[in-house]
Design a protein around this ligand. Structure first.
Ligand code: MSP
Length: 510
């Protein structure tokens, strides 16, 4: 048994959540569920990033205080995660007292270690990124991501001596080739370091919506600087019941590719400066696109798409929770960009869920009802499906372990395809009741049991339902996967429930 501490980025609360945020959160949830299934002691953290100019501006625009605005919008993220069946262990808000305490202690340690100093900052700022640009890194004075004019800023700030960590970071990357995955993103992060690091300004006096700097009244920490520390707040850094030594060596951050520099350069350096190891691993993923563009709140604000159409709660009520989760996990591998569309969900739903998994369930249950009086027979040890199942189990487990929900689902669907083909070949519906039909159905029921186990991190609701329909007690995620994902454990003699179709087909022109 191991330990697994997985985090999502904490989401800005300037507006409601959309399916791009859900992409990260559902992947993190599936990975957390996988590790619980493995028997690992697991902690899954998500939350909201509530400070900074962008959030303060959104509150002002809506005529409410920042606190009222963040209370309201943070609740919308929680609602979205509830709608998607997200099993987080902790939902952290950066406006909570525990976070203030940890930020002040963590940055106090960096200050005491001599890595923070005062200077005057001149630069170009993008409020949407909450980040500085130089003229060279900008797009002729415009933000390269948001295409809006950058604001010139000059402030007396406290700075973090990031430059002091260039060699140590380089060394760390060389000795920890798996620190950032996939490799393309590791190379990108490493190239930031090799390109040379400049100190960063970490406090603001121009706004008051932030965590106060303990050693200088009137300064608040820069939003990114407080946000990254959320990963420490959740494990109690600097507070009573500190669990840093328990969880930090098993920490995995799942992040979108636009925040690589913060997580893969700044954050490990901040940890080093505070006297800690960097996180164990950062898994970077790509973007969900619409028409080739990053799906974003800005896109919604510009009227390209309605925010409600891409809201997780709208999608789950339209397609169901598990189909949306399946689509997000199956369609786009962690690392690549992928196009999001309602047609895409419909196609995946009809081909993979209705025609394949759902069809197998209903065919098997129907024939068990007509040929075996509704009692599911046991599988054969020497079934031709057994070696295929063993391969699928090994491939799916390796893929789940390797942060590849997509790979795990692909491997499992290969077994489903083979099982549907096996049924076509043997046509049990044409057989007379007796041992021959029982053998074929027992094998197929065993596949359904194994699929329920391997897919439960992705579609917990549907897998629980398959488990119940094939007459098993408990749930597919009760026993550790190493004990349940073995061919031949379906006991037979179970009452099989035909039920309604698991995934009624959706008309693609609907
Ligand atoms: N608040 C910062 C993160 C601080 S973490 C210490 C932030 N927030 S955000 O609201 O902009 O959300 C960032 C994350 O949402 C991305 O890193 C990514 O995980 C997810 N996504 C937002 N839009 C997305 C897509 N279109 N596609 C995939 N993921 C997307 O940055």
């Amino acid at each position: 048994m191991g330990r697994f501490y997985i985090t999502t980025p904490i989401y800005y609360v300037n507006d409601a959540p959309h399916v791009g945020h859900a992409y990260t959160t559902v992947n993190a949830d599936a990975l957390a569920r996988w590790h619980r299934l493995r028997g690992d002691e697991t902690k899954f953290l998500t939350g909201t990033d509530e400070h900074g100019q962008k959030v303060a501006d959104a509150a002002a625009k809506n005529g409410v205080s920042p606190q009222e605005w963040t209370d309201r919008t943070s609740a919308r993220f929680r609602e979205a995660w509830d709608a998607l069946g997200i099993s987080y262990d902790d939902f952290l808000r950066t406006t909570e007292p525990r976070h203030y305490e940890t930020v002040q202690k963590f940055l106090g340690a960096i200050y005491d270690n001599g890595y923070i100093y005062k200077d005057v900052y001149h630069g170009l700022y993008c409020v949407s990124c909450e980040d500085y640009y130089t003229l060279e890194s900008s797009d002729e004075g415009r933000c390269p991501i948001h295409a809006r004019a950058l604001t010139e800023m000059q402030e007396e700030n406290w700075f973090f001596r990031l430059s002091a960590f260039e060699d140590r970071l380089r060394d760390y990357y060389e000795h920890h080739p798996d620190f950032v995955t996939p490799e393309t993103k590791r190379n990108e992060a490493f190239s930031f370091i090799r390109g040379g690091l400049r100190d960063i300004s970490i406090t603001r006096t121009s706004i008051s919506w932030g965590v106060p700097v303990p050693w200088d009244d009137g300064h608040v920490f820069y939003v990114w600087y407080d946000a990254l520390i959320n990963y420490m707040t959740a494990i109690g850094y600097g507070r009573e019941g500190d669990e840093v030594s328990t969880w930090w060596p098993s920490s995995h951050h799942l992040i979108g590719k636009e925040i690589i520099r913060f997580h893969c350069v700044w954050w490990p350096a901040m940890c080093m400066a505070a006297g800690l190891e960097p996180p164990r691993h950062v898994q970077v993923h790509g973007w969900l696109l619409m028409g080739g563009q990053k799906l974003s709140k800005t896109m919604a604000a510009e009227g390209v798409v309605k925010l409600t159409d891409i809201a997780p709660v709208t999608l789950t009520s339209e397609f169901g929770v598990d189909p949306v989760r399946y689509y997000l996990l199956r369609e786009t591998s962690l690392g690549n960009d992928g196009e999001f569309s309602h047609e895409g969900i419909t196609t995946r739903y009809n081909t993979d869920l209705a025609n394949n998994l759902g069809n197998l369930m209903s065919r098997v249950a129907t024939v068990v009802s007509s040929k075996c009086a509704g009692v599911g027979p046991a599988p054969r040890a020497d079934s031709t499906l057994a070696p295929l199942a063993r391969t699928a189990i090994a491939d799916a487990m390796a893929a789940w372990d390797d942060f590849s929900p997509q790979g795990a689902l692909e491997a499992t669907w290969r077994l489903l395809n083979a099982t549907n083909a096996y049924l076509e070949e043997h046509a049990p519906w044409k057989m007379a009741p007796g041992p021959e039909v029982e053998a074929v159905l027992g094998d197929a029921l065993e596949v359904l049991r194994l699929v329920a186990v391997l897919v439960t991190p992705a579609m917990p609701g549907v897998c629980g339902e398959i488990w119940r329909r094939i007459g098993l007690s408990g749930a597919p995620d009760v026993a550790p996967v190493t004990e349940s994902a073995l061919w031949g454990l379906y006991p037979g003699g179970c009452s099989v429930d035909k039920g309604e179709p698991l995934f009624p087909r959706i008309r693609s022109d609907a």
